[in-house]
Design a protein around this ligand. Structure first.
Ligand SMILES: Nc1ncnc2c1ncn2[C@@H]1O[C@H](COP(=O)(O)OP(=O)(O)OP(=O)(O)O)[C@@H](O)[C@H]1O
Ligand SMILES: O=C(O)[C@H](O)COP(=O)(O)O
Length: 403
């Protein structure tokens, strides 16, 4: 994989450099609640701008349905990028149309433009190679060189991640190079005991990784929305909690295999429940009830791990030598459901282990809950991406940079 240092050595003055970033930041009412993913791409954008490139930054945000949707505009991210760079950033109202061409044509060497959300175009995420290729051609018309630096999206076979680099000279940015360097340590030479904590809401994306973790990890702790599919597989009622019904047979098989292999599976023993999902805008008190994990009422939803589980998980992490944590343990955005995530973050800090936190929301949780991000071994900007990397899968966005 050629890195941006090679590109800088070749010279970029006056060249249009397309930077595929992951600016998929959490937003509340149009305001960015955690700008970690924007700060993560700054070294690449700054280095290119300082070397006189015309920097064209592109990203997805959320999951719009292939057409413009103002709720998913990248404008707030572009504004924040400008603040962090301390220089104005042009914002294109579209991704490949006249707005984009106008913004890019107007760049002087050293200036930066951000394109509107890539996913406002059906071609970006299309499963059809030709449709994706057509969209990638339109993106290629905006640049001379490609720099891949959106680590959080490298597991997606999308036009800007996979097809575009094949059409332009391509390089890996600083973020991707750093992420791959650290995650490699967890695949090559992991110090044991190796504990993995899995939570979050993208349950279907993440369950598959357990298959692989059963070959690698010594302990797997399950929390967040993931936990309820496991509890259901054990025969417990989970009420209206997040559930991936079709994965129950797979989950049963994982638990059996864990017993055979001596991998310890740790599930919540108690959870916080409520009949209502909390109001994340007003943060009005949610008044949850603590119940045993095998006694979730039929009309209630599990929204965080309970106090006994917090203690149990801290004890299971205390003597680990390596810890990988992906996915909040509860709906941490609401203070009544943040304690589980806080307890796990604290347990990582208290343990002598090499600690890696992976995931946009997990990283945001660590920061918004007041932890010092520098106290962790590594905070990865990729959730699904870091898990798939650890699975040993070929990630489209990395393969494209290697070719
Ligand atoms: N019990 C639960 N029920 C519903 N949602 C939950 C639960 N526990 C956690 N969550 C939600 O999970 C979300 C984060 O999940 P996600 O899988 O996206 O995490 P991530 O891997 O850190 O991020 P990403 O994959 O986007 O990089 C949070 O918004 C949180 O509110
Ligand atoms: O948040 C993420 O994990 C990345 O930005 C990828 O987003 P996606 O899961 O919507 O593809």
């Amino acid at each position: 994989m050629k890195t941006i240092d090679a590109l800088l050595a070749e010279g970029v003055n006056g060249k249009r450099v397309f930077v595929r970033a992951d600016l998929n930041v959490p937003l509340a009412d149009g305001t960015i609640t955690d700008d970690g993913r924007i700060r993560a791409v700054l070294p690449t954008v700054k280095a290119l701008a300082e070397a006189g490139a015309k920097v064209v930054v592109a990203s997805h945000l959320g999951r719009p349905k292939g057409a413009p949707d103002p709720d998913f505009s990248l404008r707030p991210a572009a504004e924040r990028l400008g603040e962090l760079l301390g220089a104005p950033v042009a914002f294109a109202e579209d991704t490949v149309g006249p707005g984009a061409h106008g913004a890019v044509d107007g760049l002087a060497p050293g200036q930066v433009a951000v394109l509107e959300n890539l996913r406002f175009n059906a071609g970006e995420t299309s499963k059809d190679d030709a449709e994706r290729g057509e969209f990638a051609d339109k993106l290629a018309a905006l640049a001379d060189v490609y720099v891949g630096d959106g680590f959080g999206a490298v597991h997606r076979k999308h036009a800007s991640v996979f097809d575009l680099p094949a059409k332009l000279p391509h390089y890996a940015g600083y973020l991707i190079a750093t992420e791959v360097g650290v995650l490699k340590k967890l695949t090559d030479d992991v110090k044991r005991p190796y504990a993995v904590v899995l939570g979050g809401a993208k349950v279907s994306d993440k369950l598959g990784v357990i298959d692989h973790l059963l070959e690698k990890a010594d302990r797997i702790l399950i929390g967040g929305g993931m936990a309820y599919t496991f509890l259901k597989a054990q025969g417990h009622e989970v009420g209206i909690s997040l559930l991936q019904e079709d994965q129950i047979p797979a989950v049963k098989e994982y638990m059996e295999r864990a017993t055979e292999k001596g991998v310890e599976f740790v599930l919540p023993v108690d959870v916080l429940v409520s009949p209502d999902f909390p109001d994340l805008k007003t943060k009005a008190p949610a008044n949850p009830t603590t119940v045993a994990a095998d006694a979730i009422p039929a009309d209630q939803e599990g929204l965080d791990i309970g106090p006994e589980t917090r203690k149990l998980y801290a004890s299971k992490l205390a003597d680990a030598a390596t810890i990988f944590w992906n996915g909040p343990l509860g709906v941490f955005e609401h203070p009544d459901y943040a304690e589980g995530t806080k307890a796990v973050a604290q347990a990582l800090l208290d343990s002598p282990a090499f600690t890696v936190v992976g995931g946009g929301d997990s990283a945001a949780a660590v920061r918004t809950l007041g932890f010092d991000e520098n106290a962790f071994g590594h905070i990865s900007t990729g959730g699904g991406a870091s898990l798939e990397y650890l699975e040993g899968k070929t990630l489209p966005g990395l393969a494209a940079l290697e070719n």
